[in-house]
Design a protein around this ligand. Structure first.
Ligand code: BLA
Length: 501
């Protein structure tokens, strides 16, 4: 049942990670038809669970602990294919397990996951986690929330490193908060291209919000069953064997165990809480569930903070606009007025530069090299009435590429075309805004797939995708620019009407 395709760096996004055909070895899997007859098992199940596995055996005939059989009984004969997982602690052959049962894609799946702490201890952890969640709800800023979350998750799980990983509009990501053992190289501030978490993994992480790799040095245990049968879909399985490419990445970083939890907002993967341990680490199911709840609370808190920030931005932009227009109505020299409001205009549109022109006069803000402002204006269409938008070098005439330097983002408002009247907001290349801390290649190794699968390799790959690109103009900024342009045009028209009268 192994999907059996060789995986390389070019085919990452094609790897069917939900059908690995194998599991991690810290447990065993049995799966059944909806009616409860045995359809397949992991190769280690007979030895670990002390059962005789035979195709077609009814679940009730298996020599499993009664709590596990009862749970399986609840799942058999159900019409519903998508029932939330249930869990019971069981003891088999002197070892403790969590028996986690779920139904998905026409099968009932029973996973027996090893647990190396007593249930009573787990309950204590869960209480700690609850306290953490309460603390999170009180955070007022996203930075504060993420900083607090990584610290709390590290406290109640015991991982060596816990990071908050935030995705950008282009699906690349940054490590935006980190709590780590003092002797580990910081990853805070590092950036990664979208390909480090390929598209099928992101899709799966929306469906199943938590995954754990207990020991990156594991040998996968194959799944067995009827030859030619549909492979077991492990989208929701906790023991799913993970992509070998990703394992190599982790090993190169010296990571022995990894867990990550999705932060999902409005159906979109906003970010991850990513945890590393430098040696193998088994986090009990109940504690993982607490981390999952914590990520959900984070998501709803982030959502409300973002909504508030968004409305503050809209308000700020609108008062900047009103102040600008009022001053212009006082019949001052437009460029003098713009000069006074330049900083506020740049702030409300997250621009690092501003150029304004009218009747051959020029205003320049930001550290543009001499002559660039004139060249920018000369590159704009004459007599047009619409916003002009450029987000990367590709948007500019090629003869300007060398001269532009870092100034590759442009949002231009033609407020008086007949007089060469422009307000132009400029953004620098993304790369300019990144502080690249540290050189992690010193602390990483390289595996069979080469240096790409290291933080340094990721950073280089990210660099290639964003070279010559500014951060794209956001919808809110564009909406404000359109309103500002319309009002500027109106004021200019009325001023002209007054002088002509
Ligand atoms: C999965 N890649 C992941 C995951 C993370 C990252 C967090 C989720 C799995 C987990 O919890 O461990 C990426 N992890 C990072 C990054 C940091 C980190 C960036 O700690 C930074 C500190 N990965 C690659 C490349 C490919 C790739 C080049 O870097 C393919 C071309 C593949 N990553 C890949 C795949 C998965 C993955 C296939 C899914 C693993 C799975 O769930 O089976």
């Amino acid at each position: 049942m192994e999907h059996g395709r060789p995986v390389d760096l070019l085919s990452c996004a094609d790897e069917p990670i939900h059908l690995p055909g194998s599991i991690q070895p810290h447990g065993a899997v049995l799966f059944f038809t909806p009616g409860g007859t045995l359809e397949g098992w992991s190769a280690n199940a007979p030895a670990l669970l002390f059962i005789e596995a035979q195709l077609g055996t009814p679940y009730a005939a298996l020599a499993l602990p009664s709590a596990a059989l009862e749970l399986l009984g609840e799942f058999t004969g159900q019409q519903d294919d998508d029932i939330a997982p249930s869990v019971v602690p069981v003891s088999i052959g002197g070892a403790d397990y969590d028996c986690i049962v779920h139904a998905a894609y026409g099968r009932i799946i029973a996973e027996f996951e090893r647990r190396d702490v007593a249930s009573s201890e787990v309950a204590l952890f869960a209480v700690k986690a609850h306290g953490s969640i309460d603390r999170l709800r009180r955070q007022k800023t996203i930075d504060g929330l993420l900083a607090s979350a990584v610290q709390q998750v590290r406290e109640f799980t015991g991982f060596d490193r816990v990071m908050a990983y935030r995705f950008r509009a282009d699906d690349s990501g940054d490590v935006v908060a980190e709590s780590r053992r003092d002797d580990l190289t910081p990853y805070l501030g590092q950036r990664y291209p979208a390909s480090d978490i390929p598209v099928q993994a992101r899709r799966l992480y929306l469906l199943n919000t938590l995954r754990i790799i207990v020991d990156t040095g594991y040998g996968a245990v194959p799944m067995l069953g009827e030859p030619g049968a549909t492979p077991l879909d492990m989208s929701h399985a906790v023991l799913r064997s993970v992509s070998p490419v990703h394992i190599e990445y982790l090993k190169n970083m010296g990571v022995g165990a990894s867990m990550s939890v999705s932060i999902v907002i409005n159906g979109r993967l906003w970010g991850l809480i990513a945890c590393h341990h430098m040696s193998p680490k088994l986090v009990p199911y109940a504690i993982r569930m607490s981390a999952d709840v914590l990520a959900q609370v984070m998501a709803s808190t982030i959502h409300s903070i973002e909504a508030r920030q968004q409305s503050e931005l809209v308000e700020r932009s609108s008062s900047t606009r009103t102040a600008l227009i009022e001053d212009l109505l006082l019949d001052e020299e437009p460029l003098d007025v713009l000069k006074r409001h330049a900083q506020a205009l740049m702030d409300s549109s997250a621009a690092q530069g501003l150029v304004a022109s009218q009747y051959g006069k020029l205003l320049v803000r930001g550290d543009l090299p001499p002559g660039l402002a004139e060249a920018v204006i000369a590159s704009l269409p004459e007599g047009g009435h619409d916003l002009v938008l450029r987000e990367s070098l590709d948007g500019w005439p090629s003869h300007l590429h060398a001269q532009l330097g870092k100034w590759v983002g442009l949002l231009a408002l033609p407020f008086e075309p007949a007089a060469g009247g422009w307000v132009i907001l400029l953004r620098v290349e993304q790369i300019e805004q990144v502080a690249w801390a540290g050189r992690p290649e010193k602390t990483t190794a390289t595996g069979p797939l080469g240096p790409r699968l290291t933080p340094r390799g990721s950073f280089d790959a990210w660099y290639e995708t964003v070279r010559g690109r500014a951060i794209g103009w956001e919808q809110t900024v564009l909406a404000n620019a359109r309103l500002t342009l319309a009002e500027l045009v109106r004021v200019m028209n009325s001023r002209r009407a007054q002088t002509e009268a």
